[in-house]
Design a protein around this ligand. Structure first.
Ligand SMILES: [Zn+2]
Length: 318
């Protein structure tokens, strides 16, 4: 393989963003791309455009009623897809289907051995639930990837690791009792931030009890506390030996994000990515997919995502 890391970018993905000054605006991909280009990263990866996910693919995770509602609202072009955070705009269905389609294309590339890792900056929409949109997230691309890994590919143990400042409730609850999903999530304590969940006592249920790790962080905590929490994530993954890693590296946990209160630097993101590459090499035949997730300070998301992409490239050369 000449270039083992695939980067999903392009106009179709950039179209996932809400209008009228919404924090999750359509300019986020461009902010990342400009910095990546400055750092010379595009030359070190293979660039790929997304495809649109088919409806049946989206419905691997979502209820058909939700998919249909998004289709109708996208056509009408106004209104709210959830209870107010996630507005409809013309083409929101197509943009959301492209986010899922890019993730599925990446998954096909990794599973067929064409790529070792992927990075998709516009993705990691971890609040969308089976029956609805939530928190700027229309379709849950990572949820579709996990369902596909389990049901189409028969992969036994998938790790989902999330360092976005918000709890990944759209992954935690649907897979809370699923013993094939090893979950680890470091986020700002739900007493202070949306969506209010992800308490440390939420450890999975039934056959999956103990397979989920939620590590709430207090407002103002930074890299030092992140590193301590990360050691627990590493131990958790080493103990439960996943076959595949899905990584949501939201940049809204970095100091200066307008929506949250943690104080990481992009070094936290680099550290997590480096560690996951090593874990993937040891346990998952290298297979790792990373998704940008949240991040509303454009400089922060550019720095954090470039740090992650750089580690994915370096981690493939080792
Ligand atoms: Zn977030």
């Amino acid at each position: 393989m000449e270039r083992e890391v695939q980067l999903y970018v392009g106009e179709a993905l950039g179209a996932y963003g809400f209008p009228n000054g919404h924090p999750f605006g359509p300019d986020r991909q461009d902010a990342f791309w400009k910095e990546a280009d400055k750092q010379g990263l595009p030359k070190k990866v293979a660039l790929r455009e997304p495809r649109a996910a088919h409806r049946e693919e989206i419905e691997r995770f979502h209820k058909p009623e939700h998919v249909e509602r998004v289709r109708v609202l996208s056509h009408e072009g106004y209104g709210s897809i959830d209870y107010g955070d996630t507005p409809a705009y013309p083409g929101v269905y197509e943009a959301s289907a492209n986010v899922v389609g890019a993730a599925l294309d990446g998954l096909e590339q990794v599973m067929s051995g064409q790529a070792l890792r992927t990075f998709q900056p516009i993705g990691g929409l971890h609040h969308a639930r089976r029956a609805g949109a939530a928190g700027f997230c229309v379709f849950n691309d990572c949820g579709v990837v996990i369902e596909t890994l389990q049901k189409q590919y028969g992969v036994k143990r998938v790790a989902y690791v999330d360092i976005d400042v918000h709890h990944g409730d759209g992954l935690y609850y649907p897979f809370e009792g699923n013993a094939g999903v090893i979950y680890a999530d470091i986020h700002e304590d739900g007493h202070f931030l949306y969506p209010g969940t992800g308490h440390d006592y939420e450890r999975g249920t039934g056959a999956a009890e103990g397979l989920k790790l939620n590590l709430p962080m207090q407002p103002g905590w930074g890299d030092k506390e992140f590193h301590a929490a990360w050691e627990r994530v590493e131990d958790h993954l080493r103990r439960h030996k996943p076959d595949f890693i899905v990584f949501q590296c939201g940049a809204d946990s970095i100091a200066g994000d307008p929506l949250a209160h943690l104080q990481y630097t992009p070094r936290a993101h680099a550290h997590a990515a480096r560690s996951l590459c090593a874990l993937a090499n040891d346990m998952c035949e290298g297979r790792l997919m990373a998704f940008g997730g949240g991040g509303y300070n454009r400089g922060n998301l550019a720095a954090a995502w470039c740090a992650v992409l750089d580690e994915l490239v370096k981690g493939s050369e080792r």
